[in-house]
Design a protein around this ligand. Structure first.
Ligand SMILES: [Zn+2]
Length: 217
């Protein structure tokens, strides 16, 4: 990637982080974003407020090795699952992680989101799965996330938050926003009765019809 386009990419990651916070999808510095860049990933640094980020403060981490221990800024503490997902999903170039309130409320109950709405198909199947609890930043969490997302582009993380992927920043962010909306609808529907869940056959039909539905960059 030439230096100009890598600079533009770094700025678009910062803009995406700022948008996640102003849209209410994330709070403080708890979310993080990575984008594949050749055999590396550009990832947000640990513990720096988004509104203080400059493009050169983002971290460049190899996809096949640990981060440089003497780099000026440390990558997000969640770099392991970002790296594992980008390696496991060569067709996906972006990983977004956040703690949206409604998704996290369901994850705190340790439940997945079933096919309560046809838009669940935006995540590749008939549910958005729940990943078992593991310590943030751990290799165990990276393994659990990668396994749960083998056939999916979104998941809930027990007592933690959510992850989405995409082949562009726009698509990964769209999925995170959509996931939070689905979680809100599911919780609202449960508050006034028992939600009806779409059948496997109905969802298979939607997944088939979906194709590459969603925004492009
Ligand atoms: Zn987190």
């Amino acid at each position: 990637m030439n230096p100009d386009s890598e600079d533009a990419l770094r700025q678009s990651i910062i803009d995406s982080c700022l948008w996640m916070n102003t849209s209410g999808l994330n709070q403080g510095t708890s979310g993080n974003i990575s984008v594949r860049c050749g055999d590396h990933m550009i990832i947000t640094p640990s513990g720096i407020p988004y509104d203080q980020l400059h493009p050169d403060m983002l971290c460049c981490v190899p996809l096949n090795a640990d981060p440089n221990p003497v780099a000026r800024n440390r990558p997000s503490s969640e770099w392991r699952f970002h790296q594992a997902l980008l390696n496991a999903k060569p067709d996906q170039s972006v990983v977004v992680h956040a703690h949206p309130a409604h998704v996290t409320a369901i994850a705190v109950q340790r439940r997945s989101i079933p096919a309560c709405h046809y838009m669940i198909a935006a995540f590749g199947g008939d549910d958005v799965p729940l990943v078992d609890y593991a310590l943030f930043g751990s290799s165990e969490l990276a393994e659990l996330v990668t396994k749960a997302m083998a056939e999916r582009s979104g998941c809930l993380m027990a007592n933690h938050g959510a992850i989405t992927t995409g082949n562009s920043l726009a698509r990964a962010l769209w999925r995170m926003e959509e996931l939070e909306n689905l979680a809100r609808v599911y919780l609202l529907a449960q508050s006034c009765g028992t939600p009806k869940i779409l059948s496997n056959a109905e969802m298979a039909e939607v997944v088939e019809a979906f194709g590459d539905y969603g925004p492009t960059d």
